[in-house]
Design a protein around this ligand. Structure first.
Ligand code: SAM
Length: 269
């Protein structure tokens, strides 16, 4: 495969992402994907958990934990402790509410904060975890350095993320990232390099882009066939049209193997 020319960073800040998740678009993501807001839902969480060797002895830090869907799923399934970190107040409040409703507060707790300034002690966690969210983070090397700081030596980092997998024009790159409010996407190899530079040994990296393209089609079908009326009633036709045309653009790029998704498992040296 020829080398990818990485797209240039866009000037999004954390407050732009917080605005998205405070508003109707955050709700729309849950309608499309469920309360585990990542491609593949609970099935993907189980795959990542198995690869990260999660047991009832593990303390997991979920970075960008959103509604806490994966955190509660892990606690219920494995009996592990999970701490979620998210920067959006609405997501943080909703995660706490749902965790209380499910009587899981002994195992699952949350912090409100920026993943680039983690409010945790050195070596506090066995596993640092992330699902389809670090694409929002403006400095991914700093994020991984912070992860390395808070993981115990020999601990694991396990995450999935949306990535650039092929070349495209700057115009297309900007349109794709702007629609999602991503400052930029990494590449499969780019994350591997960053992991190595921040003190990790990469155990596994996997390109999940074909599955990503299939899921994009599935989410658009759900948007058009199941959610259209309710979205228009609650938020107006403009939001529906924007979501639908944004998905059109992402589906085209995914089908052309320009964007996709990856999974990485690495051990802190
Ligand atoms: C797609 S959702 C995450 C979904 C979640 N991982 C899951 O699987 O359910 C993105 C989340 O990332 C959070 N986020 C984005 N940038 C962040 C940052 N720098 N620090 C902390 N949270 C951040 C947003 O507030 C939002 O709740």
């Amino acid at each position: 495969m020829s080398e990818i020319t990485k797209g240039k960073k866009l000037d999004f800040k954390l407050k732009d992402v917080q605005e998205v998740y405070e508003g109707p678009v955050g709700v729309l993501w849950e309608m499309l994907m469920g309360e585990q807001i990542h491609v593949g839902g609970p099935v993907e969480t189980d795959i990542l958990a198995e690869k990260a060797n999660i047991t009832n002895q593990t303390h997991v830090l979920d970075i960008c934990s959103a509604l806490g869907g994966p955190a509660r799923h892990l606690a219920k399934k494995f009996g592990c402790r999970v701490t979620g970190l998210d920067a959006t107040k609405k997501m943080f409040d909703e995660a706490i509410k749902r965790t209380e409703q499910e009587n899981l507060t002994q195992l699952v707790s949350y912090e409100l904060g920026d993943s680039l300034k983690m409010p945790f002690e050195q070596g506090a966690f066995d596993v640092v975890w992330g699902q389809d969210a670090w694409c929002y983070v403006i400095d991914k090397k700093k994020l991984l350095s912070e992860a390395a700081r808070v993981i115990k030596p020999g601990g694991t980092i396990a995450f999935t993320d949306w990535i650039q997998v092929g070349n495209m024009s700057q115009e297309e790159w900007e349109a794709l990232n702007k629609f999602m409010v991503f400052p930029y996407m990494e590449t499969l190899d780019g994350y591997e390099k960053l992991l190595e530079e921040t003190g990790f040994e990469v155990i596994e990296k996997e390109d999940l882009s074909d599955d990503f393209a299939r899921h994009c089609h599935f989410y658009q079908d759900r948007l058009r066939n199941e959610l259209k009326n309710v979205i228009i009633e609650q938020y107006g036709s403009e939001l529906f049209e924007a979501a639908d045309s944004g998905l059109d653009m992402w589906i085209a790029a995914a089908d052309q193997k320009k964007v996709g998704r990856g999974r990485w498992i690495a051990r802190k040296k």
